[in-house]
Write a protein that binds this ligand. Structure first.
Ligand SMILES: Nc1ncnc2c1ncn2[C@@H]1O[C@H](COP(=O)(O)OP(=O)(O)OP(=O)(O)O)[C@@H](O)[C@H]1O
Length: 523
């Protein structure tokens, strides 16, 4: 880190408070980042991390306090002002236009070149320079929709850096990456640091702090509760600050994820779901997966590892009844993909629960209340809807109970769901989907965006479901999650499928190699 005494922070928040009605999202926050410093910003879901990012990116204004750049107060009233101040942001949810190429997406971020007169050569050169500095190979000629998530993220990073960025904010960038892409991202961060760029890294993964950060700032209930060099912290310390309990044993258990429920071997149990020689098609018509045969049994967790974009989404959509396979056949809980009853409603009634990967697009309706969102899945329950009329008090009671059980931080069942923090929205979807005794649970990235304590809770839920004889199909790009939970593992990568293979029969490195599409594991 630079000499703290003489160099003013590049960007600082001084006494910043931000309220949403009665909720204080940030309270008197002091935070500073210096040139060439990597700052990890961590905290439980709803602790106030995104609100800080939104203020630094010009989307929100502080109610009190000030933002300083090079020691001078600035008003960041719009994203354009934030860019002019040298702040670039890569948001958790990418902002790329899927039908355009990487180059065109980056061009959109350079309106100064004039609409309709895109100076492609100039943009191409700028991209090359940024990519070279970062040591990244970036595909800018393919349409974004055909790229995997790691490639899309690189385009987002280059797009942010195309302007003279002095502070790059990365909002949960590792949540979507496999091990190899994560290592690449860390290399990129180190290169940025070497160039003198400051980085704020928001993450729920404690190992990220120790891999690249110089300093960690922990937020709890909107307040900064710790600000310390990463080298002086342990994972337990970070968790203790995050949860604020003071119970070191509990913190240790959260860090290690000690679980009590072990795998119940499923062999011999009838298949809940049987996939035979299945071919899946992407929305653009290309083939995502072919020749997939797999049985899912009650009492086991089957995990599909791999980088997003390799057919996992298509598989989940089909099993949830939102699509049909292009070829082959699926029988699931008495339904047949060749029959007319292969719809989301039929499969839901048969006992399929679905935690979708993109909760914002297919999990929830942002402008509706939590209670109304709950009904999206449970409207056929007589206790909740009778003769077409919603029984409001029963609905409110149930939703309140579920919110409490899943510790969803909200002002109540009538709050609009888009006002919850990202992690709390995810907890809500889990609370809703796990209700009603499902027999097959389709869980796509169930812990993405969740804090470590909540991840342990969710893992416990999935293990309990297995123990109770339910079938769980888990899609995850998080190898730790897969190794912790799965009884059998498949990998979808580079247009191929590997496995399934028993958890005990495969080493972490081998899975990593499959994910990178390197190895010729059992097809
Ligand atoms: N637009 C909004 N309207 C009302 N409340 C909001 C709004 N945005 C955030 N909040 C509230 O502010 C608090 C902080 O939310 P924020 O999104 O900053 O948390 P976070 O630390 O980023 O959480 P996560 O890890 O879940 O993404 C939460 O209580 C949230 O419900």
């Amino acid at each position: 880190m630079s000499d703290e005494g003489s160099v003013p922070p590049l960007v600082a928040l001084r006494g910043v408070t931000k309220r949403f009605g009665a909720v204080v999202a940030n309270r008197a926050v002091d935070l500073a980042v210096r040139p060439g410093e990597v700052l990890a910003l961590v905290g439980e879901n709803g602790a106030g991390k995104s609100t800080i990012v939104n203020m630094l990116s010009g989307l929100l204004r502080p109610d009190e306090g000030s933002i300083l750049v090079d020691g001078r107060p600035v008003s960041l009233d719009s994203p354009a002002q934030s860019v002019r101040a040298g702040i670039g942001v890569v948001h958790q949810h990418f902002t790329l236009v899927p039908t355009l190429t990487g180059l065109d997406n980056i061009a959109l971020a350079m309106p100064e070149l004039g609409l309709g007169r895109l100076n492609r050569r100039q943009i191409g050169q700028a991209i090359d320079t940024a990519a070279r500095t970062l040591g990244l190979s970036v595909d800018t000629t393919s349409r974004v929709e055909g790229l995997d998530v790691a490639q899309q993220q690189r385009i987002e990073i280059v797009k942010a850096l195309i302007h003279k960025v002095r502070l790059l904010i990365l909002d949960e960038p590792t949540a979507v990456l496999g091990p190899e892409d994560k290592a690449h991202l860390f290399d990129t961060i180190r290169r940025l640091k070497a160039e003198g760029t400051a980085v704020i890294l928001i993450t729920h993964k404690l190992e990220d702090i120790f891999a690249v950060a110089d300093r960690a700032v922990v937020l709890r209930n909107g307040e900064v509760v710790a600000d310390a060099p990463a080298a002086g912290l342990t994972p337990d310390d970070v968790v203790l600050h995050m949860v604020g309990s003071g119970d070191r044993d509990q913190a240790r258990a959260i860090v290690t994820g000690e679980t009590t429920l072990r795998s119940s071997s499923a062999s011999g149990t009838d298949a809940v779901c049987r996939l035979a020689d299945v071919t899946l098609r992407r929305s653009n018509g290309s083939i995502a997966v072919s020749g997939l045969s797999l049985d899912l049994h009650g009492g086991e967790i089957v995990a599909i590892a791999g980088v997003d974009g390799n057919g996992q989404s298509e598989l989940m959509r089909v099993l949830a009844g939102m699509d049909v396979p292009l070829g082959g056949r699926i029988e699931c809980l008495g339904r047949d993909s060749a029959g007319s009853a292969w719809t989301a409603a039929h499969l839901r009634r048969a006992g399929v629960a679905h935690v979708p990967e993109d909760r914002r697009r297919s999990g929830i309706v942002g402008e509706m209340s939590l209670a109304r969102n709950y009904l999206l899945r449970h409207s056929d329950r007589r206790a909740l809807v009778r003769h077409g009329m919603v029984r409001n008090s029963a609905l409110q009671r149930l939703v309140r109970e579920r919110l409490a059980l899943f510790d969803v931080r909200t002002r109540g069942a009538d709050e609009r769901i888009d006002q919850l923090s990202g992690g709390n929205q995810q907890k809500f979807v889990l609370a809703r989907e796990m209700d009603g005794d499902p027999r097959l649970i389709l869980a796509a990235h169930p812990s993405r965006g969740l804090d470590i304590k909540t991840i342990r809770f969710v893992h416990g839920l999935l293990e309990e479901a297995r123990q109770a004889g339910k079938a769980v199909l888990l899609v995850s790009s998080d190898l730790d999650e897969i190794l912790r939970l799965a009884d059998r593992i498949m990998v979808f990568a580079a247009g191929r499928t590997f496995g399934p293979t028993s958890r005990g029969d495969i080493a972490r490195d081998e899975i990593g190699a499959w994910i990178a599409g390197h190895a010729s594991g059992p097809a």
